[in-house]
Design a protein. Structure first.
Length: 218
């Protein structure tokens, strides 16, 4: 697990924070969880910028908004779990547990009174409890389904997570070239993995061996 605080500004009381992930379903590259806090008075500025769920934005729009978000935020934090860490949790504890750990780590690394979380678990209370058992701090946290579309601070966090993951994928692409998006639905990605296994009789180190498509190929 890699944790990197992008920024820490002086703490402002009543700050509101959002936390989201990127790369949960990917077969290549890391799972990234990001969060940010903003003063309530600045939330209207997020609206003015046109912040929304990262999946609905073009890559160019995400990059532009990323810079604006960094300027507006009181604090930001990012956690990255590499493929082997994802595999370990999928085989032993489940992916939701790893995501809960990552979200707790992000919550503890940034400053806010209230956190809104994009929940991956169908049971919101269970997911909230999973996060809280890893937390060192005690802010109020609210888990929501589709929070990245319902809460603009979470939407901003989704952009941070997506940009960070895209940068990690680009690092892999510079070395291994035609890897596609990293998702199993991408024919280019699956062609890359099949070719790799044929040549090396093993999977790439940055691939998730716990994913069913890769297990089938192996």
């Amino acid at each position: 697990m890699e944790v990197s605080d992008i920024i820490q500004r002086p703490y402002l009381s009543k700050s509101v924070a959002g936390v989201d992930e990127a790369g949960r379903g990917s077969i290549l590259g890391p799972l990234v969880i990001a969060g940010l806090s903003v003063a309530p008075s600045r939330i209207s500025e997020l609206t003015r910028l046109g912040i929304r769920d990262s999946k609905t934005l073009t890559p160019k729009a995400r990059e532009s908004l990323f810079k604006e978000i960094v300027e507006l935020a009181d604090s930001l934090g990012v956690v990255k779990f590499e493929s082997h860490e994802v595999d370990r949790y999928v085989f032993l504890n489940g992916l939701n547990e790893l995501e809960a750990l990552g979200m707790a780590t992000v919550i503890d690394s940034i400053q806010a009174d209230t956190f809104y979380i994009d929940a991956c678990d169908v049971n919101l209370d269970r997911f909230r409890c999973s996060i809280q058992k890893y937390m060192l701090s005690t802010p109020s946290i609210y888990c929501l389904h589709h929070a990245d579309t319902l809460n603009i601070v979470v939407s901003a966090a989704s952009i941070l997570a997506k940009i960070t993951r895209d940068e990690e994928i680009e690092k892999i692409r510079k070395v291994y070239h035609n890897i596609g998006s990293g998702y199993p639905s991408d024919e280019k990605t699956m062609h890359f993995i099949k070719k790799w296994i044929k040549l090396h009789e093993s999977s790439p180190i940055f691939a998730r061996k716990s994913w069913r498509p890769l297990r089938a190929l192996l």
